[in-house]
Design a protein around this ligand. Structure first.
Ligand code: COA
Ligand code: AMP
Length: 635
């Protein structure tokens, strides 16, 4: 960007929050509408807000058909790079449209129509994107479930989303392991009360799934006879997808995303946050099962005419810590977006960057990191190695795109390690104290966003307006993010971590409440506390303390092993729940509240103050002792 057209953050930000109608109305001109909106922002039902009310469009049309009409037919839309199967496949926009319009036709032929729900439980293969875009094409609402979730978690989502059809594959490949998906899917459907009419299975060569003749259909057979269909016009406010995320209880929250606001916000973000140009290669090294995958593997790059990468591999071990550099140099990646944990994994195996030296990655302009706090050590390492801006940015499944970032397409601010810089235009971020008063710069409190949230953020939770209200009624007029943090004297924001029972394990958002519910089900457990302990590689890992029922005299190690297995079976291996200790009692206040934050400090080896409200101070010594036995606490 030359100085003449250097945009100024302050002016843009101020218009975005003071005149959101004008600001987003202008941004919306970049999207193709079938019918223009009546109102940019409909705030007639506060605290429920709707963007582009009265407008109609189709997200798939904007992502594919429009790109082809604009001359991108032969440009690569998707690069499927799979070191685990030794495959590199390039799919042009035209080829992708052919696949999507046919698969959309196949869904139609099974009776799936506008407003119906479809669950997608798939690994990182192009068919996952085809399935998502096909739903968007016919106005069906997709809900992608991360492949690492166990059948029980999938069943919970099936019962909530009530899909007409489930789309899956015969297996996923995790590093060196091949994981059959079909038995997990069958088990989930068995557990769920809602039964889908049909399941479509993509048979991968590595594993052949057994099919149930009355219910299961082979992806390839369906495609042979499928007739291509066009785009269905949907309301801007109609749901595009549901994405379940962890709340503080065992019941996940179905974040709903609309069509209009989502397309506008994501397209805007590609230019102003990521400084991308249409035609360039954008790589979000995440998974389609997470929000980063939805927004920045699938929708944003295609809506903006970029090439996106589906990478079926890991940062290390597939085959080595040079994997990311290989992909960047081989495919000419301009922007890489991943989670800090991926960089910690690379740093651990290749601290001096020897693998990096083997590749020419001059094409890479920026590294964007999100999903968890970017610790200053990892920031400095990445920045020293790559010698390009390493941009920390903060967001949530609920918002769908960044809340705070150093917007590379607006004004490049000096980077401060540990801070995702400043609120992104559209997000009026504030810090409140326990009584709801705004705190001055420098003081830490609850991070909130003044309503309305910008386009692209959740308008509500799937068929659960009541639970959505929990976000916006705790502090009337604000959306409560659940994160704690502060602004510094220069207006930089620092996000210090969740102030609720949500934890981040290797960039994966999990609920300790959900794990406690599972652990409590064990026949010998009287009560338990699970919380996040600091971890060098994964940021946080769950650790549990368990009190046994009176009279249980079994070997505690056996009980812990069973608990670990239960969480693995019911939630999934991705929870990484591997450590727990049996204790006589949990530390509690006199009113019976478990002192989790004090326990967390003990486990992390930090100094703590014995709370004045504690019932029995000796319980803290018990926790300190138990923490040592599982490798935590003061060394
Ligand atoms: N399907 C099935 N199982 C999965 C899975 C999937 N899609 N993803 C993870 N798992 C399993 C793993 O196989 C592992 O099982 P194990 O305990 O039997 O070994 C477990 O879940 C934990 O996986 P993971 O957290 O990925 O740990 P790891 O040690 O295999 O790898 C990292 C560590 C840091 C390399 C890896 O976590 C990583 O790449 N993180 C980046 C995360 C990311 O991109 N997040 C997206 C948010 S932006
Ligand atoms: P998810 O919904 O999985 O994207 O997780 C959202 C949560 O991850 C946020 O509420 C934060 O706690 C955390 N998070 C995401 N990005 C960042 C970041 N850049 N810095 C600090 N925390 C982050």
């Amino acid at each position: 960007m030359n100085m003449a057209d250097q945009l100024k953050y302050k002016e843009i930000f101020s218009q975005s929050v003071n005149e959101p109608d004008v600001f987003w109305g202008k941004a919306a001109e970049s999207v193709v509408w079938n019918k223009k909106w009546d109102k940019v922002l409909d705030d007639s039902k506060k605290p429920f807000y709707r963007w582009f009310a009265g407008g109609e469009l189709n997200t798939c049309y904007n992502a594919l058909d429009y790109q082809i009409e604009s001359g991108r037919a032969d440009q690569t839309a998707i690069i499927y790079d799979s070191p685990v199967t030794n495959t590199i496949q390039k799919i042009s926009y035209k080829e992708l449209l052919d696949m999507v319009s046919k698969f959309a036709g196949a869904l139609n032929s099974l009776g799936v129509k506008k407003g119906d729900t479809v669950i997608i439980y798939m690994p990182m293969i192009p068919q996952a994107l085809v399935a998502m875009l096909s739903c968007a094409r016919i106005g069906a609402v997709h809900s992608v479930v991360f492949g690492g979730f166990a059948p029980n978690e999938l069943a919970i989502r099936i019962d909530d989303a009530k899909p007409k059809v489930i789309i899956s594959a015969s297996c996923g490949i995790e590093g060196k392991k091949t994981l059959p998906y079909k038995p997990l899917l069958d088990e989930a459907i068995k557990i769920a009360s809602h039964k889908p009419e049909k399941c479509i299975i993509y048979q991968r060569p590595q594993v052949k799934a057994e099919m149930m003749a009355s219910r299961d259909l082979d992806w390839n057979d369906l495609m042979k006879d499928a007739k291509a269909v066009g785009c269905v016009s949907v309301a801007a406010t109609d749901p595009l997808y549901i994405l379940y995320t962890s709340g503080t209880t065992g019941k996940p929250k179905g974040v709903m995303r609309d069509n209009g606001g989502h397309a506008v916000a994501l397209k805007w973000s590609m230019k102003y946050i990521y400084d991308m140009k249409p035609g360039e290669v954008y790589w979000a090294a995440s998974d389609v099962g997470w929000v980063v995958g939805h927004s920045y593997i699938v929708y944003a790059p295609l809506l903006y005419g970029c090439t996106t990468i589906i990478y079926e591999g890991k940062p290390v071990g597939t085959p080595d810590p040079g994997a990311f550099w290989r992909v960047i140099s081989q495919h000419g990646v301009s922007v890489l977006f991943t989670a800090p944990t991926a960089f910690r994994a690379i740093k651990k195996e290749d601290p001096n960057g020897d693998y990096l030296k083997k590749y020419d990655i001059k094409c890479l302009r920026y590294l964007f990191l999100a999903g968890e706090r970017l610790d200053p050590d990892t920031y400095h390492w990445a920045s020293d190695m790559l010698k390009i801006p390493v941009v920390d940015h903060w967001w949530q499944t609920e918002t769908g795109w960044p809340i705070a970032a150093n917007c590379m397409g607006i004004e490049k601010f000096p980077i401060k390690a540990g801070s995702p810089t400043k609120p992104v235009p559209g997000y009026n971020v504030q810090i409140l104290d326990a009584d709801g008063n705004q705190l001055p710069n420098g003081e830490e409190g609850s991070v909130v966003i003044k309503l309305p949230l910008p386009p692209g953020c959740l308008p509500t939770l799937w068929q659960d307006d009541k639970r959505y209200l929990e976000y916006v009624t705790e502090r009337p007029g604000y959306y409560v993010t659940g994160d704690g943090g502060r602004f510094d004297e220069d207006g930089y924001i620092f996000i210090m971590g969740r102030i609720d029972d949500v934890i981040n394990v290797a960039g994966h958002r999990l609920s300790t409440g959900a794990m406690e519910e599972i652990v409590s089900k064990h026949k010998d457990v009287a009560e338990c506390a699970v919380f996040g302990a600091e971890d060098q590689l994964k940021g946080q890992v769950p650790v549990g303390f368990v009190v046994l029922k009176a009279g249980v005299d079994r070997n505690p190690d056996d009980i812990v092993k069973e608990l670990v297995q239960m969480v693995r079976n019911e939630l999934g291996a991705l929870a990484c729940f591997k450590e727990a200790a049996v204790v006589k009692a949990l530390p509690k206040t006199r009113s019976g509240k478990t002192l989790r934050s004090t326990m967390r400090k003990i486990v992390d080896g930090k100094d703590y103050v014995v709370p004045s409200t504690i019932d029995d101070p000796a319980t803290l010594d018990v926790i300190a002792q138990a923490a040592k036995t599982i490798g935590y606490g003061k060394k």
